[in-house]
Design a protein around this ligand. Structure first.
Ligand SMILES: Nc1ncnc2c1ncn2[C@@H]1O[C@H](COP(=O)(O)OP(=O)(O)OP(=O)(O)O)[C@@H](O)[C@H]1O
Ligand SMILES: [Mg+2]
Length: 294
């Protein structure tokens, strides 16, 4: 898909010419039909979140939004906007400087010990660089997703039940990589590795999957496949997908809702279809060139 003529004209004065912006996600054919998630229950409430890594410089500034069950929510914004920091604050890999987060009605920031571990198994994560154990097989990597449920001895000796192994095979098959079951992960393509990442998140039976730039290292075809799987997971399993993306077109096509971040603040929170060139400028500002995806 390329920009419509009107959008091109409006963007013409920007640093990056609209003609140079390439979108690999052609047409609207991949857009889900049932995009309306406004009435789904709120699963997470994020209020007044600030984060400063050091000193007073806030990289997240007064962030507040709700996440609804089963929605695909994309977070977009230029490099340094705070997207990764926000995802890490959500699962408490990073502590915010201020604010509150509730997950299924419970305050997550005061959780400790078993409660915190249980919250973390409810929230899966996938990454741009997959974070797989390269020398281990697809099967083993997916089973690693269960470690959050195991005590340390079971973990050290990789003790999995037959039912768990069976479930791993089922998920791997569902993601179309059963032929790779015993292959080492460093023998896989990027798209296959990311499917292993999704399978590893799925086996922990999460309520939410956080995805930090899951398609940033993939070619357009593999990117489409991954976005299709993520959307399917939300539709068929009711799992909420929160996904950081640089690719505006992918965000527009696969999301129920988009949040735009700039300089640590939310500058857009709404329907993908309502994102116009003004909104794009507000989100990306002078970093419009980051919209290039090929
Ligand atoms: N561990 C850290 N210590 C100090 N500053 C950090 C740390 N991690 C991120 N930052 C800073 O916080 C800001 C937000 O970074 P973050 O990685 O969240 O942005 P992002 O939107 O994910 O960017 P990108 O698109 O490049 O991944 C940046 O200015 C970054 O330099
Ligand atoms: Mg990031």
């Amino acid at each position: 898909m390329v920009l419509k003529t009107k959008e091109r004209q409006q963007l013409a004065g920007q640093e990056k010419k609209a003609d140079d912006i390439v979108f690999p996600f052609d047409s609207d054919e991949h857009r889900p039909l049932d995009t309306k998630k406004d009435d789904a229950p709120v699963i997470m409430e994020i209020s007044n979140i600030d984060k400063a890594y050091s000193g007073d410089k806030k990289v997240l500034n007064d962030i507040a939004f709700d996440i609804r069950q089963g929605e695909v929510l994309s977070i977009i914004g230029p490099s340094g906007a705070g997207k990764s920091t926000l995802l890490r604050v959500i699962n408490r890999m990073i502590e915010p400087s201020r604010g509150s987060i509730t997950f299924q009605g419970e305050d997550t920031l005061s959780m400790k010990g078993r409660k915190l571990r249980s919250m973390r198994t409810d929230i899966g994560m996938i990454f741009q660089h997959y974070n797989l154990v390269d020398r281990s097989s697809v099967f083993e990597n997916v089973l690693h997703g269960l470690l959050g449920y195991k005590n340390s001895l079971q973990g050290i000796f990789s003790l999995y039940t037959e039912a768990e192994k069976q479930r791993a095979v089922e998920i791997i098959t569902e993601l179309g990589i059963s032929e790779q079951l015993y292959k080492r992960c460093d023998e896989l393509s990027g798209g296959q590795k990311q499917r292993v990442g999704i399978a590893r998140a799925l086996i922990q039976d999460p309520k939410i999957i956080l995805c930090d730039e899951p398609i940033a290292s993939l070619d357009p075809n593999a990117s489409r496949t991954i976005m299709e799987y993520l959307r399917r997971i939300s539709r068929e399993r009711g799992i909420t997908i929160v996904v950081n993306l640089h690719q505006l077109d992918a965000a527009k096509q696969y999301s129920d809702r988009i949040i735009g971040l700039n300089g640590g603040r939310i500058v857009y929170n709404g329907n993908p279809d309502d994102i116009d060139p003004d909104t794009i400028s507000r989100i990306y500002g002078s970093k419009l060139d980051e919209l290039i995806v090929e």
